[in-house]
Design a protein. Structure first.
Length: 229
């Protein structure tokens, strides 16, 4: 019993266990993102072999059958070049997302996927000089992950997440210009998906930071000084 207590008091076993947990989280995150990106390449291969028959399943704004695009659009790409342009941001931002925990990553991705997709369905034709439009690609998801990483550290006030947010800002902050509205253009980059994805990312970060925010509120309430009477 005393040996156990002595080892526990040094904190070394806990430190080693914490390091193993971090390595395990990173490994699982890397495998998860690599698998997802590999799936995108498989889908694009099928699309190419079928003469782009899958591309008809994108988000078509304000059309009832276009709602299915919310589910399918993030895994569909117009060409190999389109997918290649998204690959590095998907790998980098996706991996960083998993560092917040796999469960949190899954929920954040689901929120961005659905909420961002629905927003694109609502405003996807805004500013376009040719209609109807068909929105494809994982860039909405990328912008959602980017926005999540930028603000999550602010919400949870945890140094590690703040540092990740700063790194992402310096590396990819300029990409956010792709969410600026561009009017009167036919085709090209879907700023609507970028904008809606980014908004959904902020919403996801706020929702999923609730445990930390509530814990901070409870701690602050417990430390409020009360004058003696």
């Amino acid at each position: 019993m005393r040996r156990s207590g002595a080892r526990g008091s040094t904190g070394r076993p806990d430190a080693r266990a914490d390091q193993r947990t971090k390595r395990s989280t990173a490994a699982v995150g890397a495998v998860t993102i690599l698998t997802f990106v590999a799936l995108l390449y498989l889908v694009e291969l099928i699309d190419q072999l079928s003469r782009h028959s899958l591309d008809a399943n994108g988000i078509r704004p304000l059309q009832a059958d276009g709602l299915w695009g919310i589910v399918f659009a993030p895994v569909l790409h117009e060409s190999w070049q389109h997918l290649a342009a998204n690959t590095v941001p998907l790998l980098v931002l996706g991996f960083l997302m998993t560092l917040a925990g796999l469960s949190r990553f899954v929920w954040a991705t689901a929120i961005v996927w659905i909420l961002g997709g629905f927003g694109t369905w609502l405003i996807g034709d805004v500013g376009s000089s040719c209609r109807p439009t068909d929105h494809l690609g994982a860039s909405g998801l990328i912008f959602g992950w980017l926005a999540f990483l930028l603000v999550f550290g602010i919400f949870v006030r945890r140094m590690r997440d703040i540092i990740i947010g700063l790194i992402v800002m310096f590396a990819y902050g300029g990409v956010l210009l792709g969410a600026m509205p561009v009017l009167g253009r036919c085709g090209g980059v879907s700023w609507q998906a970028h904008l809606c994805g980014a908004i959904a990312g902020v919403v996801a970060a706020y929702m999923l930071s609730a445990p930390e925010r509530k814990g901070r509120t409870s701690r602050n309430a417990g430390t409020v000084s009360r004058p003696k009477t």
